[in-house]
Design a protein around this ligand. Structure first.
Ligand SMILES: Cc1cc2nc3c(=O)[nH]c(=O)nc-3n(C[C@H](O)[C@H](O)[C@H](O)COP(=O)(O)O)c2cc1C
Length: 398
């Protein structure tokens, strides 16, 4: 995604400025054409020649003493994406308020390209209400924030505020760049295993890790789609993925049905409980009260709710089976989906929590296509290839 793309890297004055050299190197290695801009404070921490040597072009430091008469507007127009790493608290404040009194903030203000910001600072500065509100403001501009990590900070301190790993930042830059076959496509994905409360501390759940759904979300975002990931699992970080965390089947149904109205494609990869305790105890069940009788009731059918919509998205269902695919073939027809991914969760290397999966693609006409055991990321890529073929045959171009 970065090959041949034009990236402006802004470096500001924090101790982590030296890591911007690694980031510049990563971007260049991944094929990007990189130009750099530095604040005066940044040059106190790392020399401009380092970036000149890595990128092949000298950084712009002083707006009024550069080869170009208006370097900020030239770079702002030239960029396919701008990344500020590290971004100091001072730079966050400037950007949040449209102040453009140095080369980095002026370049960011003078661009229409997507912007990635990777802050780095001491924990107190990061948690300060001023910084928190500046970050919220920057997010409201559509800037993508790569949040700092916890770990060792300058001066022997430890805490939240360390610059994100350069590869994570480079991934975010690749993620905000427009392009890809799913550009403009709204994708809705469910993932993870729902949890139905028995009492305040216990739940009925299942072994789903959310890995398959996350891989499908990441692959769609890489192809340019905007993804809403409704998940009872851990979720993923990507500029084009909006994560909606849920716990129960009812919460998943509500969030999913609301989002489904604007989705072009819906992939229902979550393991949703079919039944839940009819009444969750307010407190905690006690051993001394003896084994409880738990009455169950059905949960909302998330998949059916979408298949019954009048103007429904292209619908992909998942069926976790424990032997054979006859039930999955019947489910594909019963649930009125466009494609069903069946997997035998008892097969070696397949199913919950594994890095690999062996799936069979089932179409509504009953035809089946068993795929070999593959990494979940590869299953996700092939699934999007298959969805593209089917949508094309239905007359949808993307
Ligand atoms: C040794 C030292 C380390 C600093 N590290 C950071 C830092 O990691 N993050 C930060 O926000 N500010 C840090 N500062 C403060 C900034 O350098 C200062 O706010 C400066 O004005 C930022 O300017 P700039 O945003 O234009 O680069 C540090 C200052 C010193 C003296």
């Amino acid at each position: 995604m970065l090959a041949g793309r034009r990236v402006v890297l802004g470096i500001t004055g924090g101790v982590a400025a030296y890591k911007a050299a690694y980031l510049a190197r990563r971007l260049v290695e991944r094929g990007a054409v990189v130009r750099t801009v530095m604040t005066d404070a940044a040059t106190e921490f790392i020399g401009p020649h380092t970036f000149a040597a890595i990128t092949g072009t000298r950084p712009v430091v002083d707006l009024f003493d550069a080869d170009d008469v208006s370097p900020h507007t030239t770079l702002g127009r030239w960029a396919d994406a701008i990344v500020v790493a590290p971004a100091t608290a001072a730079t966050l404040a400037r950007l949040a308020n449209g102040l453009s009194d140095d080369s980095v903030s002026a370049t960011v203000l003078a661009t229409a390209a997507p912007v990635v910001i990777a802050p780095a600072m001491h924990t107190e500065m990061w948690m300060h209400p001023a910084t928190v509100s500046n970050v919220e403001r920057l997010e409201s501009f559509g800037y993508h924030i790569v949040s700092p990590e916890a770990g060792a900070l300058a001066g022997g301190d430890t805490g939240l505020g360390r610059l994100a790993d350069p590869d994570r930042i480079a991934d975010a830059v690749a993620g905000v760049l427009p392009g890809g076959p799913l550009t403009g496509v709204e994708v809705l994905i469910t993932a993870g295993g729902t949890r139905e409360p028995i009492d305040r501390v216990r739940f009925l759940g299942n072994h789903s890790s959310g890995k398959m759904g996350n891989a499908i979300a990441a692959a769609a975002a890489r192809r340019g789609a905007h993804v809403t990931l409704v998940t009872a699992g851990p979720g993923i970080e990507h500029p084009r993925v909006t994560v909606v965390p849920v716990d129960t089947a009812a919460e998943m149904a509500e969030a999913t049905w609301e989002m489904a109205e604007k989705a072009d494609v819906a992939v229902m990869a979550a393991a949703v409980a079919d039944f839940r305790p009819a009444k969750a105890l307010d407190g905690k069940l006690r051993r001394s009260d003896g084994p409880p009788m738990i009455e169950l009731e059905p949960t909302p059918d998330v998949l059916r709710g979408i298949s019954e919509m009048t103007d429904r998205p292209f619908l992909v269902g998942f069926a976790a089976e424990t032997g054979g695919i006859d039930e999955a073939v019947a489910k594909a027809q019963r649930k009125d989906v466009d494609l069903l991914v069946a997997n035998d969760v008892t097969a070696p290397g397949s199913g919950f929590g594994t890095e690999t999966n062996q799936v069979t693609i089932v179409l509504p006409d009953g035809s089946t296509d068993p795929w070999s055991l593959l990494p979940k990321s590869e299953v996700a890529e092939r699934l999007w290839d298959r969805i593209a073929e089917l949508r094309k045959s239905e007359g949808t171009s993307t």
